[in-house]
Design a protein around this ligand. Structure first.
Ligand code: SAH
Length: 215
């Protein structure tokens, strides 16, 4: 028997709870967002599998568990102004936008940047501001941020992002070399001190500098 997408979504949400996603606000938001709209049409049937999927420009939309885990680890509230690096499909941006006050997101691939902007409009989400550029530099005009999420893996933590984190603010970022084990690191700023916690082992596409105009 073939399950409908809505049934598959319910199964996925149960699995996420079992995997340790307890934040009810987050689970409501995940239930609300049509992940099938953020992936290539040919993959629609797989929208609610707990797996990363390919998107345009050789990039990936993260596994739902990783999106949920990173969002929960970030500790988001309605008061927060958040910066996301790596808009990609726009899915993680929408998850964050529904939980915070304002979400700023940067993408270095123009086709992805354009497609994500269209999706935000289509879904009537008005608290997201997008930028086509190199997110390693952050967004100084909009800094400081209460929270920063990086959704591509870096060898080390970009200094500009640390500078643009508010005192008491939190950043989550996958750190590690390509092809090696990477970890999600959670950084909490206390004045000029930054606490580091190593969380989950993950596999992300690389954080790269420069911008790309074609897919
Ligand atoms: N958050 C995305 C995940 C996309 S994968 C989603 O929910 O779909 C990571 C994305 O980071 C890719 O789209 C990649 O192009 C982008 N990226 C990599 N390095 C970047 C940089 N320096 N600045 C901005 N975006 C970057």
């Amino acid at each position: 028997m073939r399950l409908k997408l809505s049934d598959k979504k319910a199964v996925l949400l149960t699995e996420l709870r079992r995997q340790g996603i307890w934040d009810e606000n987050l689970l409501v938001v995940l239930a609300d967002i049509p992940r099938e709209d953020f992936i290539p049409k040919a993959l629609r049937a797989q929208a609610y599998e707990n797996a990363a999927l390919p998107i345009d420009s050789g990039q990936t939309i993260s596994q739902p568990y990783i999106v949920a885990y990173m969002t929960q680890a970030l500790g988001v509230s309605k008061k927060h102004k958040i910066l996301e690096i790596g808009t990609g499909s726009g899915y993680q941006a929408v998850v964050l936008a529904k939980l915070c006050r304002r979400l700023f997101t940067i993408e270095r691939h123009l086709p992805l940047f354009n497609a994500a902007g269209k999706m935000f409009k289509k879904l009537n989400i008005f608290n997201i501001t997008t930028l086509f550029g190199n997110g390693m530099k952050g967004w100084s005009e909009q800094a400081p941020f209460d929270r920063i999420m990086v959704t591509a893996a870096s060898e080390d933590i970009p200094g500009k992002l640390l500078e643009q984190l508010k005192d008491g603010g939190i950043m989550v970022i996958p750190i590690g070399l390509q092809g090696k084990i990477q970890h999600i690191i959670r950084i909490t700023r206390h004045g000029d001190d930054y606490d580091h916690e190593e969380l989950l082992a993950v596999k992300f596409v690389p954080l790269l500098s420069g911008i790309v105009h074609e897919s």
